[in-house]
Design a protein around this ligand. Structure first.
Ligand code: GSH
Length: 224
């Protein structure tokens, strides 16, 4: 059994591997990175991940970065947890495409909605321009995802997978900054079912502890 440490920050995409590890029943430690205070850019953290990002998973002390790789590693390391449907050849590559879709298409759209200030260094202007355009693109994405879940409840039908963990993070992140859920009944159902999963609850409880720590330190940046 590998020694696992996951570098995390609340509300970020580090929620996805946290859920995956909880679903796998893994024994793991999380370490909070204070992103609002710039801890991801310190020499100590950059020595672990030169990209200065969470999540980063230390596997027996060796860092693995990028959600697509981290989630794939977790699924392979805990086969009995069935975190992805069994597949090979083209079907396996389609699963990689699903993870890459969330990482490379949906996540950057989340950033435009949730952190528009990253694109225009004027908060008011960013809320008035970047966010609405991000919302428009997100509507197209969510419409497609909602249609995919019609026969659900999960991305791959009856079987929960780490793609569902990814959707859960994206969706909750969007709702946290006022994205409307009314037009997407199947994603709403997905969220309710996800909230009821003990592993998701344990992952969110870990985040809650970190939020309280950040608040106590004055380092918490609430979504707005
Ligand atoms: N492509 C990376 C993206 C990682 C990423 O953007 N992480 C964000 C949090 S969601 C982060 O660390 N932000 C801190 C920063 O950019 O300073 C992945 O999928 O793992």
């Amino acid at each position: 059994m590998s020694d696992l440490k996951l570098f995390v920050a609340p509300n970020t995409c580090a929620r996805v591997p946290t859920i995956a590890l909880e679903e796998a029943g893994a024994t793991f430690e999380t370490e909070l990175i204070r992103t609002a205070a710039g801890q991801q850019q310190t020499p100590e953290f950059l020595a672990i991940n030169p990209k200065g990002k969470v999540p980063t998973l230390l596997i027996d002390g060796a860092p693995l970065t990028e959600n697509v790789a981290i989630l794939t590693w977790i699924a392979d390391a805990f086969p009995e947890a069935n975190l992805m449907p069994t597949a090979s050849g083209l079907e396996k590559l389609k699963q990689t495409a699903d993870l890459a879709f969330f990482s490379a298409t949906v996540h950057p759209t989340v950033t435009r909605i949730a952190m528009p200030i990253k694109f225009i260094p004027d908060e008011k202007a960013s809320f008035e321009t970047v966010r609405p355009l991000g919302m428009q693109d997100m509507d197209k994405i969510m419409k497609m995802i909602d249609a995919r879940l019609e026969d659900g409840p999960w991305w791959y039908g009856d079987q929960w997978s780490i793609v569902d963990g990814y959707l859960y993070w994206v969706w909750t992140r969007c709702l946290g900054v006022g994205y409307p859920d009314a037009p997407f009944p199947n994603i709403r159902r997905h969220r309710e079912l996800s909230d009821a999963r003990p592993a998701v609850q344990r992952a969110m409880a870990r985040e809650e502890v970190n939020i309280e720590t950040l608040k106590a330190e004055g380092n918490y940046m609430a979504p707005k």
